[in-house]
Design a protein around this ligand. Sequence first.
Ligand code: NAP
Length: 337
Amino acid sequence: MDTFTWGIIGPGNIATEFAEDLHLIKSAQHRVGAVLSHNLEKAAAFAEKEDAPQHFDDLNSFVENARVDAVYIATPHPLHHEETLRCLQHKIPVLCEKPLAMNSREVQEMVDASVEHNTFLMEGMWIRFLPSIGKVLSLVEGNAIGKIISIKADMSYKAPNDPEGRYFNPELGGGSLLDLGIYPVFLTHLLLGKPAIIKATARLSEKYIDEACAALFNYGNNSYAFVESSLVTETALRAAIYGETGSIHIGNPWNEKPPEIIVRPYDGADQRHPCAWEGRGLQYEAEEVARCVRQGKLYSDQLCHQFSLDLMATLDAIRQQTNIRYPADGQALAVSG
Ligand SMILES: NC(=O)c1ccc[n+]([C@@H]2O[C@H](COP(=O)([O-])OP(=O)(O)OC[C@H]3O[C@@H](n4cnc5c(N)ncnc54)[C@H](OP(=O)(O)O)[C@@H]3O)[C@@H](O)[C@H]2O)c1
């Protein structure tokens, strides 16, 4: 059986779940071969748990010596840009956690590096590959609800009130939009594309990151969407898509493993589609990366470079309107105030 070897950068919460889900893949043997942490002992412990032969505490040494087929970058968002560039420069294919970077300038540089070094790059927007999102896409494409009129989706997590932690600290990319709001924005991009008009509002912290955020999108063709994210309140964690002949409802938690998807025709009975799969579901994006890398592709057709550029352009526009600021922006995002 083919073996696909992963490097892990940032062995934290999501990297732990990613490594666990790799064991669920049956199409090939996926394993962790190298781990990079700031702390050598932590890297060694993660490597030992995953039976990985290499561990590092230095990015230079990792990119020069890691024997891997691809790397999974799971550090706080402000580190994604630099770590991705370094890997691509060494021709290591990259799956980088969402958000791909802090702003459009950084995403463009990462995409350019992927092209220049002829090396695969994909944003870890893992829900694109979940069976639940695949089902929604096939229902919409199969005309189950007619033309889409509106989408309503939210994401929240009432985060621990730690100003230094990654949820509220601008230096670590804190804020609800980039961490959580990116999911509903992703769903709207998947189903309706780039919005023509964006109207956004936010509750900002003293450090200019959004504790909560909401936006209305208009598509210039009688379709619109409402998205919301929050680190300080608990919202419904649901997504609904309303069409001309019916609606689709993804249950709570819509961006994880919802119990079911309901299709509700306006003139008929509900159709229920239960959702079930092993693990969290990160194995599906890992399989897609392996397929693409084995085929020598630069990007996945299901989550391509342009999609990540468009997604970040929308996030940038929301940030400009609401004055959400990060050190990484420099002059790139012309915020006022
Ligand atoms: N796909 C998903 O469902 C999902 C879920 C949660 C998060 N994420 C994304 O994954 C990324 C990491 O999130 P997480 O929840 O896994 O975070 P986490 O538990 O804090 O892990 C991040 C890791 O990055 C490393 N790191 C490097 N520099 C750091 C710094 N200055 N401060 C803190 N950690 C630093 C740390 O490992 P070392 O100290 O060992 O280097 C840490 O273990 C974020 O971009 C987030 O948006 C995705």
